[in-house]
Design a protein around this ligand. Structure first.
Ligand SMILES: Cc1cc2nc3c(=O)[nH]c(=O)nc-3n(C[C@H](O)[C@H](O)[C@H](O)COP(=O)(O)OP(=O)(O)OC[C@H]3O[C@@H](n4cnc5c(N)ncnc54)[C@H](O)[C@@H]3O)c2cc1C
Length: 324
């Protein structure tokens, strides 16, 4: 990568980080946007790209992936440097400014850091029988529904996201079967009813105990409590068993961290000079974790960073509508 030097390093390419990249560009600041995931979009891209979102200002309804596409387009004129598939590991004071070290050892020099790390790195809970099948038929998230057209799909899990994937895949897949190891579901009653009304096959008190196939997935073995094992054809298993989230290395960056969130003041400044936080990861009394909140916090953080980097700069950015 060589040495990269920018005005602001944004840690996390979720909706908050992407909007911050736009805003920094608008304020004339160069950015590097780091994310350990291979694609931008944070929780939206990873967990619900196909769902409609109804509470983002200006969009009566917007599909997750379309919101992220719009955010990336909005930031594009300012050429943020995306460092995707890279984890921000360490933060150090440098002679002038700060240095962020990425996994692999590359260092980005910067005047300020904006942490938009959301809930941190999220790791899907594994399906024991799926060991070795990730990318060969087993997935944890469904980035593209179209890839599963006409397939036999097994969704494993009993929470909202398992039911969401069933609903999204049902119109397009050849068959969808839900397998859950208990009789009762964690998902909301309304979504369970919706799936039941569609006539989707649900196998409860049962576990997927084996994925079978020669190279690619061909079938799964399902063992239920009170009946003989069944083998069902399957080209995809969606293991929707929830995930664990962890702030990981950011916990060692000398910030005030409480319940996996970073305390900030009304400028979105953390306890460490020139380090700011916004979005789900930022905490203050009365905080509401929503995309809309993250957008406002990103604007506040970047405008305050602009002043921290140049004391002659105005806090108020002017109106974007006045800029050609
Ligand atoms: C199923 C579901 C439905 C939702 N529906 C809605 C809704 O309808 N409306 C709404 O407003 N909100 C909704 N939310 C919540 C919304 O998605 C979050 O509030 C939003 O994604 C927060 O954005 P963010 O950019 O702050 O963080 P995130 O989206 O969590 O992005 C943070 C990014 O930081 C990265 N990261 C973390 N640590 C590091 C590191 N050390 N190095 C590099 N990268 C790192 C992560 O990989 C991640 O990509 C929903 C959430 C879920 C799970």
């Amino acid at each position: 990568m060589g040495t990269l030097s920018v005005d602001v390093v944004i840690v996390g390419a979720g909706p908050t980080g992407l909007f911050a990249a736009y805003y920094a560009g608008f304020r004339g600041l160069s950015t590097a946007v780091v994310d350990s995931l291979p694609e931008a979009g944070g929780q939206v891209t990873a967990m619900y790209p196909e769902k409609m979102i109804y509470d983002v200002g200006g969009f009566p309804a917007v599909r997750g992936r379309d919101l992220i596409k719009g955010l990336v387009e909005q930031a594009a004129p300012w050429n943020p440097t995306y460092l995707l598939g890279r984890k921000a590991e360490a933060l150090a004071q440098a002679e002038s400014g700060l240095e962020v070290t990425l996994d692999g050892g590359d260092v980005v020099r910067t005047g300020a850091v904006l942490i938009t790390a959301g809930i941190g790195e999220f790791t899907p809970r594994p399906l024991p029988a799926g060991d070795g099948w990730l990318g060969r038929g087993m997935v944890h998230f469904v980035p593209s529904l179209a890839a599963h057209a006409d397939q036999d799909v097994i969704v494993v899990g009993g929470g909202d996201s398992a039911f969401d994937w069933v609903l999204a895949l049902h119109p397009i897949a050849a068959s969808v079967t839900l397998v859950h190891r208990r009789a009762k579901f964690r998902a909301a009653d309304s979504i369970v009813r919706e799936v039941r009304d569609l006539g989707v096959r649900m196998i409860t008190d049962a576990e997927v105990t084996e994925l079978r196939g020669n190279g690619e997935l061909e079938s799964v073995l399902i063992e239920a409590k009170d009946s003989a094992p069944v083998e069902l054809p399957a080209q995809t298993v969606v293991a929707a068993l929830g995930f664990t989230a962890d702030l990981g290395p950011i916990e060692n960056w000398g910030l005030e961290i409480d319940h996996r969130a970073i305390n900030v003041d009304s400028r979105m400044a953390t306890a460490r000079e020139r380090v700011y936080a916004a979005g789900d990861v930022a905490a203050y009394p009365g905080k509401v974790k929503l995309i809309a909140t993250g957008f406002g916090e990103a604007a506040t953080a970047i405008n305050n960073i602009a002043v921290a980097l140049d004391p002659d700069a105005h806090l108020f950015p002017g109106h974007s509508s006045n800029v050609e």
